[in-house]
Design a protein around this ligand. Sequence first.
Ligand SMILES: NC(=O)c1ccc[n+]([C@@H]2O[C@H](COP(=O)([O-])OP(=O)(O)OC[C@H]3O[C@@H](n4cnc5c(N)ncnc54)[C@H](O)[C@@H]3O)[C@@H](O)[C@H]2O)c1
Length: 265
Amino acid sequence: MLQLAELFSLAGKSAVVTGGAKGIGQAIAMRFAEAGARVLITDIDEPAVRGTAEAIRASGHSCEAMTADAANPDHGQEVVRQASERFGRLDILVNNAGIFPFTPALQITPEQWDRVLNTNLRGPFFFSQAAAKAMIAAGHPGRIINIASIDALHPTGALAHYDASKGGLVMLTKALALELAPFGILVNAIAPGGIATPGAAAAAQHFAQLAGGSEHAAASFLARLPLKRMGDPDEIARVALFLASSAADYITGELIVVDGGYLLS
Ligand SMILES: NC(=O)c1ccc[n+]([C@@H]2O[C@H](COP(=O)([O-])OP(=O)(O)OC[C@H]3O[C@@H](n4cnc5c(N)ncnc54)[C@H](O)[C@@H]3O)[C@@H](O)[C@H]2O)c1
């Protein structure tokens, strides 16, 4: 039987975290590196992704950076190739990069729709496909973790494209879990609620502008939260670590909601 420390160790494993420069992705990269994984973070923000990797290395852990667009299937293949080359193997892919541009449904353009769906759903499929092919070719099992949202279960308003993408990501998680189980690849998802990140702060401001500059929307979100506070990115990272670890060896196709009780209210 594994000891408790071994259960949550990622020693000897390698991981890719998309959108790892900031917010939830950064927190996941930090926890994975602390747990002993060799981590490659990818992002479209080149200075930020390099800065985060340097900060993680400065704390004594392993982390490398790469500029890549999570919406681009070719980048998915290159990221997986780089991870396999740099680390000798790829064990864990976290599809974290995502965008949430508040826009009323009646104003969403085909270009905006495609940008959100390509980043949040199409890209994660092709990154997962590339990672799964590499894991299968290497002949060892692996993990894919998709960062969905409570919006996959309950619409926020002015996010029809986002809600559709995250709903799709949850079903993609289940579909891939079923097809990849014979290869020992486990696929799970996390549905964060309101998490205090740079992206969430910018989105809240945008949402307030849409609501006529009022702070009402953010205040009513907080009022509805049973725990009465936004989540910390590390509170998602801890669950990602659980799903990546041996503690979750018998879990696949699942969605774990981490929302401070928001969906209860
Ligand atoms: N923060 C929340 O409240 C919340 C709630 C539910 C779900 N989520 C999900 O969590 C994930 C991370 O959100 P966050 O709040 O940390 O966002 P964030 O905006 O703070 O950070 C996202 C990171 O992803 C990068 N990124 C954006 N588009 C990219 C692309 N095409 N390719 C590569 N990198 C890209 C950004 O540069 C940034 O570094 C997203 O999928 C989001 O939908 C967040």
